[in-house]
Design a protein around this ligand. Sequence first.
Ligand code: BJW
Length: 313
Amino acid sequence: MISEVGDQKPEVRGQFTRRSPPLADVGGRSEVRLRLRSRLTVSSVEPSERFTILDSLFTMLPQAISPRLADVLSSAESICVLTGAGVSAESGVPTFRSTGGLWEKFSPEDLARFESFIRNPDLVWEWYNYRKKILSEVAPNEGHVALARMQDLVPDFTLVTQNVDGLHARAGSRNVVELHGNITRSYCIQCKLLAGEEEQATFERTPKCRTCGGLLRPDVVWFGELLPAGAFEKAMEAAHRCDVFLSVGTSGVVYPAASIPLAARSAGAYVVEINPEYTDLSPRMNETILGPSGKVLPHLVTILTQRHSHEST
Ligand code: BJW
């Protein structure tokens, strides 16, 4: 847990405790769960530095992976992962709702709705261009890379993301199910034609469709809009057939994406959340690993790799 206190000098106090999380067990399985929680007080620390602190602490803690999780991973035939903005945080991409997140500066009501786009398309494009600029300057982190490696270590692997940043594909993940679209694409609100990158390159004002002159909009899903055809269905199918489900770096407040881990749990999967903080979903997980995904996910890959090498000998 991190808290910022006024404008004092940077100060870090770290302490690890094994404690019971504020969890109510849901579903049929009863687990004895040990959680390793890092308790930190960080004053006047920039967001990028906060990760460094959590990173360095978590590096020391492979034992934060519970024996139960190691066990289910060792025999899992099918794994499904849902990621959110937190998985890209260690790359330097701001999340939406955390302190210093995107919504702090820009209200979602102003920017992530079709009506708002119609009211002020220039403002919305300015926001997306700001985010595209950040993306052009960052690279996938160890969490993205770990998930890309995972796809080759289990017979059936599905990566579902709410992120529009394309970092999973850049890390080498294949067939990523993108629930909320992709920021690199845009389409015409009139004739619906997808536009090329060069049409979006006129960043001063809202770009226009070459074919019909209509306004181009980012190919992302705003509030009140339907998810891309087939994406949610594909995610739910994977959630229903998986043995292990990982919910990584999402606050779990946006639906229908947040219902996917819950569906996996109802269908009998072992559902694990990876996040430095507890979320709305935490009480309904089998376990929550409190830590940054860039440090936790490589530990899971190590377990899967060991199993893989056993199988191939
Ligand atoms: C780390 C970390 C580290 C930090 N490692 N972790 C059912 C119930 C209630 C409401 C609804 C419902 N069904 C539909 C709704 C309405 C609405 C909704 O959910 N509203 C809620 C806010 C209440 N949903 C919709 O409108 C959806 N459409 C829909 O349902 O269509 C059917 C329909 C049609 C017509 C009428 C009614 C229904 C569409 C939702 C679209 C969401 N779009 C956005 C913008 C996308 C484009 C863009 O990027 O610009 O998607 S909003 C934004 O939130 C974005 C994200 O994908 C999404 C989720 O955010 P995420 O990823 O969880 O990020 P954060 O910031 O919230 O959390 C980051 C987490 O990372 C934190 O927990 C950190 O602790 C953690 N973290 N560092 C790991 N290093």
